[in-house]
Design a binder for this molecule. Sequence first.
Ligand SMILES: NC(=O)c1ccc[n+]([C@@H]2O[C@H](COP(=O)([O-])OP(=O)(O)OC[C@H]3O[C@@H](n4cnc5c(N)ncnc54)[C@H](OP(=O)(O)O)[C@@H]3O)[C@@H](O)[C@H]2O)c1
Ligand SMILES: *[C@@H]1O[C@H](CO)[C@@H](O)[C@H](O)[C@H]1NC(C)=O
Length: 326
Amino acid sequence: MYPTLAAFVLLFHISTAVLAPTVLLNDGHRIPVVALGTGRGTAKESESVDQVRQAVYWAIQAGYRHIDTAAIYFDEEQVGEGIAKAIADKLVTRDELFITTKLWNDKHRTEQVVPALRESLKKLGLDYVDLYLIHFPVSTKEDDTLDDVDYLDTWKGMEQAKQLGLARSIGVSNFNASQINRIVQNSKIWPAVNEIEVNPTLTQEDLISYLQSLRIVPMGYSPFGFLVSRKTENAPPPRADDPALVKMAQKYGKTTSQIALRYLIDRGVIPIPKSTNQQRIAQNIDIFDFSLTKDEVNTINKFNKNVRVINPVDWKASPYYPFGEY
Ligand SMILES: NC(=O)c1ccc[n+]([C@@H]2O[C@H](COP(=O)([O-])OP(=O)(O)OC[C@H]3O[C@@H](n4cnc5c(N)ncnc54)[C@H](OP(=O)(O)O)[C@@H]3O)[C@@H](O)[C@H]2O)c1
Ligand SMILES: *[C@@H]1O[C@H](CO)[C@@H](O)[C@H](O)[C@H]1NC(C)=O
């Protein structure tokens, strides 16, 4: 018997897609350990927001089940359209997907949180997200000047969002250890996740072990650090052609970008690589057929300079500025 075209297409997808494993969150839900980044921070000038729709679709085709967006990326509609097309084309069902979005700084008052999430859901075309994060501990007014809303008040709104079923899990982003400690000391529901910058020049060893001791899963943004695509004149090593990384890449038959992503996986951190390029999207999830040794992880740890890709120094005067020491 000859397979039908649909069956052939299905087989083709099974043989090329790479599914990331999932891990358990502290609230009982499971999270896929790689997410597609959709932030616009590294987008080239020629790269329109419409490319996000296609990137999300390609990602789902390649096996991604986790997409990371945020209200401030202004691409929730395009993310939602990519998801809707993938569901319509029967690549996935909604419950196989894990969608993360984030609350912006100017909606930090308790009573603003649920309406802000409803706004995001409308743009995404979804009736719930899997994970809703406070994007930064810092609060600002609509004109971008600093405000002084305590993130504990924001967290109360996040708890309401979870109780309403609008977000299955709730968490934070860019919180430092003492801020995490203050939330867990003062709240019934603990953050499931803290999304922070992690890459070879910002290895975050102390914060990550603290999070893991509380069973809060670290997600790692800007996982490539200064490896690719950044203005690199004054940036610290490693670059993509760094000899230590090239050696590992050759050993495993991978690219140095894949080594950087696997470095996060092997430390229990969920990498969030951004790409709008079909081949790089597929490459960035093709990291589950090898792992780094302890020595290799340590070699990469030694690149640490506590230098940030994302450093919003304009907010330094906020009482909740998280990056005091580094
Ligand atoms: N919570 C937060 O505050 C926060 C802050 C920053 C970022 N994030 C999240 O984290 C995601 C990723 O961070 P990011 O966008 O700053 O940077 P990133 O993912 O570290 O780097 C993205 C850059 O790398 C290029 N790239 C992707 N894959 C590649 C590969 N395999 N080989 C070579 N180059 C590759 C991309 O270009 P192409 O697209 O052309 O491939 C793009 O220029 C964001 O999209 C966002 O979702 C969150
Ligand atoms: C964490 O953030 C608080 C502000 O909420 C700040 O006072 C403290 O210095 C920060 N801690 C570190 C280690 O940067």
